[in-house]
Design a protein around this ligand. Structure first.
Ligand code: ATP
Ligand code: MG
Length: 491
């Protein structure tokens, strides 16, 4: 395997030429070299040099310091490709001792590229290419490992994972992304050091987890994570599904089912949110499982409500954004909707759109497909999906938000004499509830007459009718689940 200078993008070449023109060495290094050799597009570009951070900064117009490791970002505002807007330049580094399995105690700059390659995590990531020398430096047989598809630690694996436990998760992630196997001694050391992952910050764990989920082999990666004892530092709740057998409709336990659902989303190339929702959709099942003597089978009433709550907690602890947390827990909350053909009436579809949001309804269908494939049953019947899609299209033409009603707050105040205040919102939401059941009611006349009637109600009555009673709906829902459990099951 060889590389040609023409494979290096112009933005990176400019940085390399800037450094060599200033009398320094410059190597394109790490993951981007690996990706070039694999004919994959690098997600970022790193250059390493014998120049100090100050010397690097002096050579380029627009730079900034990115971290405490001496990395200088060279900015290229003109770049169209996002991955080329900043090229990271780092002096050759020798790492000091690690005492916390997270960060080196000190960073020492070096004058030798060999030192820098020695501290890198895996042989396939320890390759450096010098366009001006036309040399591909491969001190650890990384090229051989690339050609056989093997991930192998640089140096003594156990010592490397003890230095920085994040490397364990990086190994699982990179293997999943590239479809590589992990070399025996490396894998054994990962399992031995698993406990050290506890010290790694949730944010860094999350970033690797996201990449695993976005890879083409997330199922295999998560099974491996379980086997080597690291899944409990990433998503322990998933492991509760191991050995939790389901009812007759399912071939697999809850763990395997969740993973298969995720893998289907990956096979389809669906976006991260669908993948994550698929992975978590049945996370509440172990807690919600009850034996029914009547049915002589397991039941899981309310598992989507339990699951949505768990999802929220899980994603909060992994420091996901509020937006992601709300969206994924919402998808989990409503994932049973299209599973039950009885529920799928047009007015129910309008309500589900209100609940998951217009923009997410398509992903709810994708989640439904993942769920079904995850049971090991054949494909979703296409006619059923087409029917659902047609209903969604139709429902989307109907009024599904207060803003789409043929009445607004002004009418309530100016024509019907109501004072501004919360009663306005309650009334509009109560009207929307009626229109969701029957869109033909959405006429100016009917809305006004009905609003007049509603405004005669007391605050409490009106509030319960309006959707601001949502919270009370949730409380009622939980009571209902408890009730179901009491009625039908042992505990
Ligand atoms: P990605 O495709 O996510 O960019 P990558 O392997 O390039 O994967 P980066 O985080 O971009 O990962 O890091 C660039 C290079 O820095 C790696 O290829 C590796 O050589 C080195 N590196 C990154 N993190 C570590 C680490 N924790 N320990 C040792 N070397 C590391
Ligand atoms: Mg990279």
């Amino acid at each position: 395997m060889q590389l040609r200078p023409s494979q290096i993008p112009a933005e990176v070449m400019q940085v390399v030429n800037g450094l060599t023109g200033g009398g320094f060495e410059a190597w394109v290094v790490g993951g981007c070299v690996r990706d070039l050799l694999l004919e994959r597009s690098p997600s970022d570009w790193d250059v390493t040099t014998n120049a100090t951070p100050e010397q690097i900064q002096a050579l380029f117009e627009n730079t900034f310091y990115t971290n405490e490791f001496g990395t200088v970002g060279v900015v290229n505002d003109g770049a169209v490709d996002e991955t080329l807007k900043v090229v990271e330049v780092t002096p050759y580094r020798l790492e000091g001792k690690y005492t916390d399995a997270r960060r080196p105690d000190s960073v020492i700059f070096s004058q030798k590229i060999e030192d820098d390659l020695k501290r890198r995590d895996f042989t396939i990531n320890a390759l450096a290419y010098s366009p001006d020398k036309g040399q591909l430096l491969d001190l650890y047989d990384g090229i051989k490992d690339i050609s056989t598809g093997l991930l192998r630690a640089v140096g003594e694996p156990r010592a490397r994972f003890e230095e920085d436990a994040l490397r364990i998760l990086r190994a699982v992630r990179i293997a999943a992304q590239l479809g590589f196997a992990i070399e025996g001694a490396t894998l054994a050391a990962m399992a031995e050091c698993a406990g050290q992952l506890e010290k790694i910050s949730k944010e860094r764990v999350r970033d690797e987890f996201v990449r695993i989920v976005n890879s083409s082999n997330p199922k295999e990666a998560l099974v491996l994570s379980h086997k080597i004892g690291i899944l409990k530092y990433v998503l322990p709740e998933l492991e509760q599904g191991i050995g939790i057998d389901q009812n007759q409709a399912h071939k697999y336990d809850v763990f395997e089912h969740n993973l298969r659902a995720l893998q289907h989303a990956a096979d389809k190339g669906w976006p991260f949110d669908v993948r994550l929702a698929a992975l978590l959709h049945d996370i509440g099942k172990p807690k919600a499982r009850r034996w029914s003597d009547e049915k002589k089978d397991w039941t899981f009433h309310g598992h989507e409500v339990v699951g949505a709550k768990m999802t929220k907690k899980i994603l909060e602890s992994l420091k996901f954004s509020r937006e992601t947390i709300d969206k994924i827990s919402n998808l989990v909350r409503w994932h049973m909707f299209f599973s039950d053909p009885e529920k799928v009436t047009l007015s129910a579809v309008r309500r589900i759109i209100v609940n998951v949001g217009k923009d997410n309804i398509g992903q709810l269908i994708e989640l439904r497909i993942c769920d079904r494939i995850g049971t090991g049953r054949p494909k979703e019947q296409p006619f059923r999906l087409r029917k659902y899609q047609a209903m969604i299209d139709e429902a989307l033409r109907d009024p599904i938000s207060v803003g789409m009603l043929k009445i607004d707050g002004r009418v309530l105040i100016e024509k019907l004499g109501e004072k501004p205040g919360p009663r306005i919102g309650w009334t509009l939401h109560a009207l929307l509830e009626e229109v969701l059941d029957d869109p033909t009611k959405n006429t100016a006349e009917y809305m006004e007459t009905r609003a007049g009637e509603l405004l005669k109600l007391s605050d409490t009555e009106l509030e319960t009718l309006g959707a601001s009673g949502k919270e009370s709906k949730e409380v009622a829902e939980e009571a209902e689940i408890k009730d179901i459990h009491k009625k039908h099951f042992v505990d």
